[in-house]
Every structure is written in C-alpha cells, then in structure tokens.
Design a protein around this ligand. Structure first.
Ligand code: A2P
Length: 270
C-alpha cells in the first residue's frame, strides 16, 4: 500500500485514498453504543443516507469499516453511530477515541439509502434495528426528505430501552431545531420498540408489521404500494425478513439506477 504522511498529527500515517480527520465530540450511550463527530474535509460531498469507510491505524496497518454518515449533507461536521465490540478489529480501538484524536476516512461515499432511489410517494418508512438507525439520523435532518414526503416514519427496534437513547434524543432535538424543526414538526414520527426489556411497545419490527400493531399505534393504514415507500437498515436477518414482508405487500426493491418503492443497505452485513 502506498502510504503518505500528511496528517496534522505527524505520527499518523494516512493511507492513499483516505484523509486524516479530527474527532470533535464523543458521546457514549451504553457499553455497546456510542456516537462521535469528526471534521469534514471541504471537498467531501455526499448524499444524506450514504456511507463511507472509517478507520484507524492499528499498529502499522489501517483497519477500515463501512459506516453510515449519521449527519445530514448540509452539516459542517460528520457524525457516526457505532457499536463497541470488545474484540472487534476496529471498534475495540475506535470506542476509545476522544476529541482531538485522529480518525481516517476514505474519500468516496456511496450507498442505496438515498431519497433519489425511491419513486415519489406520500409516506416514507425508515425501518431500523440497532446502529441501522444511523443513515436515517442523516435523512431525517435533510429538508429534501420533507420536500419529497408528506409523512416520515422512522422505526427503531433494539434489545433494550437504553439502546434507543440516540434516536429518541435526536428526534426530540430535531423538533426543537430552528432550521429543520418546522419542517419535521407534523411530518416526522419516531416509532420505537424493544425486544428484550419491558417498554411501551415490545416486539421485532417484522412482528409489528405482521400483526398490524405498527399501523394501529401510528394511526395510519396498512402498507400500500401506491403511496408508501420504505428504506431498511439493520442486521442481515432483519433485512431479509423485512424485505419479504414488503414484497408480500406489493412493494418492489429499487436502487440508485432504478428507483422503486423500497431500498435496502447491504453494506454492513458480513
Ligand atoms: P431480538 O432481540 O428478538 O433478536 P441485534 O442487537 O442482535 O443486532 O438486534 C437488534 C434488534 O433487531 C433486536 O431487537 C432484535 O430482536 C432485532 N432483530 C434481530 N433479528 C431480526 C429479524 N430477523 N427481524 C427483525 N428484527 C430482528
């Protein structure tokens, strides 16, 4: 690999195709989840909902993983929502970052969870589990999402109540935001559920779609391919099972070059 040393911190080796960014903020939610923000290179452009490769030098080797950008495209900084895996090749180190530290980022963002990959509709569902909420944290802060849809319903399902802190705090903050709050006020709805700890709504999102509890609680009609659009981000099993339910209800999967009624991000499943 062609290694070029151009970081502000001269001890950081920056692999070709990457830039060295500075951590500006870190917030830990649980022993398995945290959020961090980094500087954004002036030339870095992306569409809300896309992902990028984030990494660290581990010894002499760069270790990169795909991360959804959780901040919207207009934000001056970049935000990410991450798990902490105690023996994870990247996250065992990444979970220790502090403001001022250097994080590596590759220059090319990409992804399918973008507004352009959906045909116009009335209502968009963003179905997420765990850190799969991240791309939606970007999209629900983008005015374009509210221009395109009358209703924006984000669902976030996790094992425990504490795992929902990021989505619940973010949506509350969006409603108070001077910029996006007015747009989101009547359109944005967050639906949360847990699967392993008592909470106001319990159950996997797939179960709640199947038994209709999701639609009942939101006060909306069942999924209808004429008006409803969807994006899905979660574990491999969750993507697969949710996709089946959407297809059974008449929605078809789209992509960047072929917009349709729903899209899936497969970048994070291994
Ligand atoms: P469960 O607790 O029933 O496994 P994880 O932390 O394992 O990534 O899971 C995040 C959330 O996704 C959990 O609430 C989990 O529920 C749920 N989940 C796991 N597999 C599926 C699936 N196939 N369909 C829908 N939700 C799922």
């Amino acid at each position: 690999m062609n290694l070029v040393n151009v970081a502000a911190d001269p001890s950081t080796v920056v692999p070709a195709g990457a830039t060295a960014e500075t951590v500006t903020e870190v917030q830990h939610y649980t022993d398995a989840l945290f959020r961090f923000r980094i500087t954004r290179p002036a030339s870095f452009r992306f569409r809300s909902g896309e992902f990028v490769m984030i990494g660290l030098m581990v010894g002499e080797k760069p270790v990169f993983r795909a991360y959804s950008i959780a901040s919207p495209s207009w934000d001056e900084e970049l935000e990410f929502f991450s798990i902490k895996v105690q023996d994870g090749p990247l996250t065992q180190h990444l979970q220790k970052i502090r403001p001022g530290d250097t994080v590596l980022m590759k220059k090319k963002p990409t992804g399918t969870l973008v507004n352009d990959a959906l045909v116009p509709g009335k209502r968009v569902y963003m179905f997420s589990t765990g850190t799969g909420f991240a791309p939606f944290a970007s999209l629900i802060r983008d005015p374009e999402t509210y221009e395109k849809f009358e209703e924006v319903i984000v669902t976030h399902t996790c094992r425990n109540v504490a795992d929902l802190a990021y989505s619940r705090e973010l949506v509350a903050a969006i409603k108070e935001d001077p910029l996006i709050g007015e747009l989101a006020a009547d359109k944005l709805k967050l639906f949360t559920s847990t699967t392993r700890e008592p909470y106001e709504t319990m159950g996997r999102i797939t179960t709640l779609i199947e038994n209709g509890e999701l639609f009942e609680k939101l006060g909306v009609p069942p999924l209808d391919p004429a008006v409803d659009r969807a994006m899905i981000c979660g574990s491999m099993a969750m993507l697969k099972d949710t996709k089946v339910l959407l297809e059974e209800r008449g929605l078809t999967e789209g992509a960047n070059n072929k917009p349709a009624e729903f899209v899936i991000e497969r970048a994070f499943v291994g």
